[in-house]
Design a protein around this ligand. Structure first.
Ligand code: NDP
Length: 282
């Protein structure tokens, strides 16, 4: 079975559009997402285009704040402070990566907790790891929805997450742990990666290495979720970390790239923006 993230995201977004219309009726306004872009990184610009387009589809208002690559950290922080204080703004997102002269951690921590749509604020991270209610980062949240939509139960399963970044690998591992899976995290220092990944009933790969996972590295019947976004060295086409063609007949469920985790990540950003709006109103 191919897990079609694009189709699921479209389905969820039409439900969200209905919810946003209700919010307009109830409160006389819709959620607003502020997106801050520093510099001209083409990948960042393309991600932001996708986010703003999705907001439009759902009826969420968006506000793009574009700053030059030379912006100082204090100027960036002042912009975030303005968005934090702006009553019309429900969610604030700073597109990463930031230029080297700016401390990402300081910037992330400066976003108002109640507007932290990415769920990267240290207090949100702490809440996730303490098992408290939190704003879950969009990629793991989207993956948990993909599993749920396909009635894939994590409870009691062996799960392996390849990658340990703050954005994907770690919150993914904790989400699976919260769902009662037994979780192993692999990374670039892991020896004999295949021995680890072959144990997985649920394998989530977020390494950023094209074709890292071949058919011989997955268990027959495994659920394989591919987070990676790479360009194939030969064809130049977009591809994941998993050799999709080789693995699709061995896996029970597999998500493709493109059309898998990517659309779900953007969709969950909309979900988090609505959640921020609703929490602020409470
Ligand atoms: P990072 O580069 O921050 O982290 C990559 C992780 O993978 C690191 O923990 C690294 O280990 C590990 N890793 C790298 N190479 C190997 C290897 N050969 N074997 C085992 N582990 C390895 O990336 P992100 O977590 O931000 O993103 C991962 C991928 O997912 C990227 O391709 C990114 O573009 C994509 N992505 C996709 C999203 C989507 O919506 N589809 C959203 C976010 C990211 P170590 O810690 O030891 O360096």
């Amino acid at each position: 079975m191919i897990i079609d993230g694009k189709e699921l995201a479209a389905r969820l977004k039409s439900g969200m559009a209905r919810r946003v219309a209700q919010l307009r009726e109830l409160y006389g306004r819709v959620p607003m997402l502020a997106v801050v872009l520093v510099g001209e990184n083409p990948a960042s610009r393309s991600y932001i285009r996708g986010k703003i387009k999705a907001a439009g589809e759902v009826g969420i208002e968006s506000l793009l704040v574009e700053l030059p690559v030379t912006v100082s950290e204090s100027e960036l922080l002042a912009n975030i402070e303005r968005l934090n204080a702006d009553e019309r703004v429900d969610g604030v997102l700073v597109q990463l990566p930031l230029p080297d002269h700016i401390c990402e951690n300081r910037v992330i921590a400066s976003i108002a907790l109640e507007k932290d749509v990415d769920g990267f604020h240290p207090l949100n991270v702490a809440r996730l790891w303490r098992g408290e209610e939190c704003m879950l980062p969009c990629t793991p949240k989207g993956i948990m929805r993909m599993l749920a939509d396909n009635n894939i139960e994590a409870d009691g399963k062996r799960a392996v997450v390849v990658g340990r970044s703050n954005i994907v690998g770690l919150p993914m591992a904790k989400s699976l742990l919260n769902a009662n899976a037994t979780v192993t995290i692999a990374h670039s220092h892991t020896k004999n990666l295949g021995d680890i990944t072959r144990e997985a009933d649920i394998l989530v790969v977020a390494a950023g290495c094209a074709h890292l996972i071949g058919a011989d590295m997955i268990k027959e019947g495994a659920v394989v979720i591919d987070v990676g976004i790479n360009h194939d060295a030969v064809t130049g086409k977009l591809c994941g970390d998993v050799d999709f063609e080789a693995c699709r007949n061995r896996a029970s469920y597999i998500s493709p790239v493109p059309g898998g985790v990517g659309p779900m990540t953007i969709c969950m950003l909309m979900d988090n923006t609505i959640e921020c709006f609703e929490r602020r109103r409470k």
